[in-house]
Design a protein around this ligand. Structure first.
Ligand code: TEU
Length: 563
């Protein structure tokens, strides 16, 4: 493993959620042709890596994160030829293409699982099949092999009448977990990955990859008061063979040797784990997605949001900055297809402050050290969907958690408020290309955001002071200035509840970032900041700016300090 900084340390990634990006054939679902038709929108931002959420053959139980054939494209998205054309078009624009690798589980319609349903099949051990709990009649309540819950609500085990046994599914019952203890499973996955690399793919975003090594034997876990099931994550995450599997995958697929881009999505991944998995002396992963910073505003689950305390967020990111400064590498994200829109969550999505808060959030995130991720729609400051009824939701997690909460006696009003703030469908409303919509000529699978007339690509991109232009500026700055890519990070005023202030230093190059992360003017304690005398103002989210003593709402600035 070469200790030098990896190529992606200067990269910016754009995530496409194909289902909601652009529909080229009027069926109401986005598709690969739609992505090809809008690649210049992505390239225009200055990003150099495009990550595609799954487009593979799938019954779409979890919007494609339930894959029935890893080497076939779901007809709703297009064909393999379309993907080859997309790959070429991405490379022709100097960008790289990263696919979503979903191998903790497959679809229950995948041939592997269909075969494994037969107890005599050599593929039985490709999944976790277990008999009913001792002393229980198979298929009866409580007979599940362990008391584990599914992330989507309900038990993590499904009873199979035909074989009289249960199979494990940490997500939906149509997403059975693969048994990575079986070397045949691992080799089949590596062969599939090599197949995509040979087709020109430049890397993988790995779905819940730290769940592939479970702690054996599979046994009951602790149950939190009020919870119907155990969610003792240590029993399924960061297991004893994870490092071995990551190194074997790296070797077998040639990830380091071919300089492939890799980021592992990891629930229950703390700084120590991240160091272990991304240390450059080892050939494991390039980066991880942690959930720590996106879990600070909800206690005990998504449906119970609590107000974000800005110092918590600032200090969490600062700890990861310092923690991975010497080794490993940070991923930087506020949004993806599982998180609500950051403007509504961490900013202010009112018409008065939406644009400035979107730009302020982008400024503070992109000036941290690490690889930033831009999720489709974030570059124009899209807001939450504003759904108020359960029938508006399409997400299996929303529907599952809603059912489980009502069964537990939680008032529906509270559940809907929680989903309204934290539900995943907030991130999945179709891209509003024009004030009229422009996503499809048909009926969109999910309604476009009610704000489309005022929040859309055409209007924002045309605005030199819009959110898109601001992202272009930040991404260009990362290209231009090594201090943005590699400068040491130092958080200032950590306890300030309105201001987010930090410096980046590389040699005698020093940047100061000062941002008012509130909808009210904020006084800046100048005496506690490095002097900005003769400093050069590189970026500002509010124009014209006031003097720095008092920052306007959501005014975020980057100064290059005089050496
Ligand atoms: O997400 C993993 C995951 O933990 C989230 O789904 C989680 O439940 C929560 O929504 C995040 O706060 C990955 C994919 O990103 C997600 O879309 C899939 O549903 C899931 O795995 C199963 O493949």
């Amino acid at each position: 493993m070469n200790p030098s900084t990896p190529w992606w340390s200067s990269s910016v990634v754009y995530q496409v959620y194909p289902r909601s990006f652009a529909d080229s054939d009027g069926d109401g679902y986005g598709d690969v042709r739609g992505i090809i038709d809008h690649l210049d929108h992505i390239a225009g931002l200055g990003v150099d890596v495009v990550w595609l959420s799954p487009i593979f053959a799938s019954p779409q139980d979890d919007n494609g994160y339930d894959i029935a054939d890893y080497q076939a494209i779901d007809p709703m998205f297009g064909t393999l030829a379309d993907v080859d054309e997309l790959t070429e078009a991405v490379h022709a624009r100097g960008m790289k293409l990263v696919m979503d690798l979903v191998v903790n589980h497959t679809s229950d319609e995948h041939a592997w699982f269909v075969e494994s349903r037969d107890p005599a099949s050599p593929k039985r051990d490709w999944y976790f099949w277990r008999p009913a709990r001792d002393g229980f009649e198979p298929g009866t309540p409580g007979a599940e092999p362990t008391n584990w819950g599914s992330f989507f609500g309900g038990s993590g085990w499904a009873f199979d009448e035909a074989s009289g046994e249960y199979y494990l599914h940490l997500f939906s019952r149509k997403q059975p977990d693969l048994n990575w203890e079986n070397p045949e499973v691992r080799q089949a996955v590596y062969a599939m990955m090599r197949w995509w690399v040979d087709r020109g793919v430049d890397g993988f975003r790995m779905d819940v990859i730290n769940l592939i090594s479970k702690t054996h034997p599979l046994a009951d876990g602790a149950v939190n008061p009020g919870d119907p099931y155990s969610f003792e994550i240590e029993r399924v995450a960061n297991g004893p063979r994870l490092v071995e599997f990551l190194e074997e995958m790296n070797r077998e697929v040639g990830i380091t040797e071919k300089r492939l881009f890799t980021v592992g999505e990891m629930v229950a991944c703390d700084l120590e784990h991240a160091r272990e998995y991304t240390a450059r002396e080892h050939d494991r992963l390039g980066m991880v997605f942690t959930f720590e910073h996106v879990s600070l505003d909800h206690a005990g689950g998504k449906l119970t949001p609590i107000p974000l305390h800005l110092p918590d967020l600032k200090k969490n990111l600062a700890r990861w900055q310092e923690g991975l400064a010497e080794d490993g590498w940070n991923s930087l994200y506020f949004e993806n297809h599982d998180q609500p829109r950051s403007v509504s969550r961490f900013g202010d999505d009112s018409p008065e402050h939406r644009v400035a808060s979107a730009k302020a959030l982008a400024t503070v995130l992109h000036l941290h050290q690490g690889t930033p991720y831009v999720y489709q729609g974030q570059e124009i400051g899209m807001t939450n969907a504003g759904f108020t009824r359960i029938d508006q939701y399409r997400d299996i997690e929303a529907v599952g958690l809603h059912r489980q909460a009502l069964e537990a006696g939680v008032p529906e009003e509270q559940v809907l408020a929680g989903l309204g703030a934290m539900g995943r469908d907030n991130a999945r409303t179709p891209m509003p290309w024009t004030p009229e919509g422009g996503f499809t000529t048909g009926t969109p699978w999910l309604p476009l955001n009610a704000t489309t007339a005022s929040v859309n690509v055409a209007d924002d991109v045309a605005d030199p002071d819009g959110v898109y232009a601001h992202y272009r500026r930040l991404i260009a700055l990362r290209r231009e200035l090594e201090v943005v890519r590699m400068g040491a990070f130092e958080l200032l005023l950590p306890e300030d509840e309105k201001l987010w202030v930090f410096t980046r230093t590389l040699g005698d190059e020093r940047l100061l970032v000062v941002a008012n992360m509130s909808s009210h003017a904020a006084r800046v304690p100048m005496a506690e900041l490095p002097s900005i005398e003769d400093a050069e103002l590189l970026v500002a989210s509010v124009h014209p700016g006031t003097d720095l003593q008092t920052l306007a709402p959501w005014d975020a600035r980057v100064y290059r300090l005089r050496a």
